[in-house]
Design a binder for this molecule. Sequence first.
Ligand code: HEM
Length: 128
Amino acid sequence: MKKELTISLLITIFVLVGAFLMIAKSTTPSVSTETTSTPTQMTTSSTSTNIVTSIDVQKHNSISDCWIVLNNNVYNVTSYIDQHPGGLTMVPFCGKDATEAYNTIREGSGHSNKATKLLQSFYVGTTQ
Ligand code: HEM
């Protein structure tokens, strides 16, 4: 009788320990899955670029809403028109590709590095 009691007690302990281990195991992988999925999402969002269609660019074709395309990059230069040293020469290019005009001012030498650096603050996205 004593033997049977000891055996059943041992079985109960094994079952309890087994159940505890199974619960512990099933919790650990779910945590590690979350940790691996977060960096993947971050990588995806950090490498993604904002693609702008030519139809989108064409919508911004006025002095009060002016986007231009230079070397396949799109810039919103609306706020810069007033300060542009070249005056309103940029306005006919609103909503269009202005690469050639941008690169050929000053008898073909194009805009300065200063102008190109300034451009970066107006970046919207890329057409490719
Ligand atoms: C969209 C076509 C554009 C055209 C046709 C154009 C035209 C001109 C012209 C004719 C000048 C010479 C002014 C002079 O020497 O008296 C000039 C100068 C200048 N433009 Fe533009 N521009 C354009 C876009 C831009 C953009 C997008 C920026 C910057 C966001 C910019 C920044 C400058 C700067 C800083 C100068 C002074 C000279 C230099 O540093 O290169 N321009 N531009």
